[in-house]
Unconditional design. Structure first.
Length: 230
């Protein structure tokens, strides 16, 4: 198979970006929801594999089968795609994508008729980081806890409270710089894919770290139970 030349790759990338931006202009809500669903699918898949959670689950199933203990039955779709990956993708499609869209729609309407100057740019960034970002991050953490199997509202709130501040500290350091860079160097037309890319990277990192902590806590609890049996 002939290798694709660099100009051809660039033309393909430009064509894909043009098609995406065109879809974003025609159907912003649907495009953002589908984009978030796709990125969440990839994010959860990467986080499960990078954290070792997927390997741990497979090992536990094999160990249970070897010891004659019941192994959780999987539906047909779970043999094709991991259940939590699918749930996280649906969360992006039905919750995160639309919520992101409407929150920024409100923000854009608030600042729509204001002159473009340093003060209004600063106010926009503050609104994004002090209002929108905490809402989106809180919903993300709550959804992540539910998808992981938590059903107690009290425990879900505890998860959000325990992890939100650490998540926001990173957001407050990184995203104002990202937003200033976008405002100065990029046309508004490409802000959505640019911010999606940055959010995907950090979302994957936090998701992976959360799974690592949960896996370590589960192993510590299991070791404690084994020690008590002995």
């Amino acid at each position: 198979m002939a290798a694709i030349s660099k100009p051809a790759r660039q033309n393909l990338a430009v064509a894909l970006l043009t098609a995406y931006l065109s879809s974003l202009a025609r159907q912003p809500l649907v495009t953002k929801a589908c984009t978030t669903a796709t990125l969440n699918f990839l994010q959860e898949e990467i986080a499960q594999r990078a954290s070792g959670l997927r390997s741990a689950e497979i090992s536990n199933e094999r160990r249970a089968a070897f010891e004659g203990r019941p192994v959780p039955k999987k539906s047909l779709i779970e043999h094709v795609v991991n259940k939590r990956v699918l749930q996280f993708s649906l969360y992006g499609l039905l919750v995160s994508g639309p919520l992101n869209h409407y929150l920024y729609e409100v923000l854009n309407k608030v600042f729509a008729n204001r002159p473009k100057n340093k003060l209004n740019t600063l106010l926009t960034i503050l609104a994004q980081n002090l209002i929108i970002s905490p809402i989106l991050n809180s919903v993300f953490l709550a959804a992540n806890a539910v998808i992981a199997g938590e059903r107690s509202v009290e425990n879900i709130v505890k998860v959000v409270r325990a992890r939100l501040l650490g998540m926001m500290k990173v957001s407050w350091v990184v995203f104002p710089c990202v937003q200033l860079f976008a405002a100065r160097a990029l046309p508004p037309l490409v802000w959505v894919p640019f911010f999606n890319s940055i959010a995907f990277i950090f979302g994957t990192y936090f998701n992976t770290q959360g799974k690592i902590r949960a896996l370590q806590a589960a192993r510590a609890e299991e070791d404690e139970k084994d020690a008590k049996r002995e």
